[in-house]
Design a binder for this molecule. Structure first.
Ligand code: VGL
Ligand code: ZN
Length: 195
């Protein structure tokens, strides 16, 4: 398991109970906590009581207030995950696992939509892909929100970069139920494992 990591995508308040509340979000949080529990089973807890030898990376949608993807600018979405707002925060239940250097922000460029977390950057300016390589990770588990957008794009970019990718279907939430099912099918056909 040492060469594996979990990537948690956009488990942020706006996607859970905010402006873009997604279907299945509560179950996705439970599913993520369960996955973390399984992955860290039998590992040593650190001084804070967290078992953390298994890297857990967080992706955060993090938009300026006038982002191009918002309706006021002609984009498809209501305002969401605006920098500095509660809606952009990781859900409290997951906070014990969040580390600053393992948090990757995306969507910060006003003029560009960025669904994939792959090129998200941490506060030190390192990208998610870069950090996974530095950690010598081969296998990546992916969960989060939304299946059809950020989860799918992140999983596909990881696959393209040579990682073995597994999407945890019990730890996902989606914008549209049919879109969720179609995205799972497409990912499976591309060689992403759905577990
Ligand atoms: C997402 C739509 C807009 C996502 C982010 O996290 O899937 N979807 N911004
Ligand atoms: Zn967004």
């Amino acid at each position: 398991m040492k060469d594996s990591a979990l990537v948690v995508v956009d488990m942020l308040y706006d996607f859970i109970d905010g402006t873009m509340a997604c279907q299945g979000a509560d179950a996705a949080i439970e599913g993520t906590l369960k996955a973390i529990g399984k992955l860290t089973e039998g590992t040593e807890a650190d001084e804070s009581g967290i078992h953390s030898t298994y890297p857990i990376l967080f992706v955060r949608d993090h938009h300026p207030a006038d982002h191009c993807s918002f309706a006021a600018q002609g984009g498809p979405w209501p305002p969401h995950c605006v920098q500095g707002t509660h809606g952009a925060d990781v859900h409290d239940a997951l906070l014990p696992y969040v580390k600053e250097d393992m948090t990757f922000f995306k969507g910060e460029d006003q003029a560009r939509e960025q669904y994939s977390g792959f090129e998200g950057v941490n506060p030190a300016g390192q990208s998610l892909g870069e950090v996974l390589h530095l950690l010598d990770i081969q296998r990546v588990l992916v969960c989060g929100i939304a299946t059809e957008y950020c989860v799918r794009n992140t999983a596909e970019d990881l696959l393209k970069d040579g990682f073995e990718v597994t999407v945890l279907k019990d730890a996902l939430a989606w914008v549209d139920a049919d879109g969720h099912v179609a995205a799972l099918k497409a990912m499976e056909e591309e060689g992403i494992r759905i577990l």
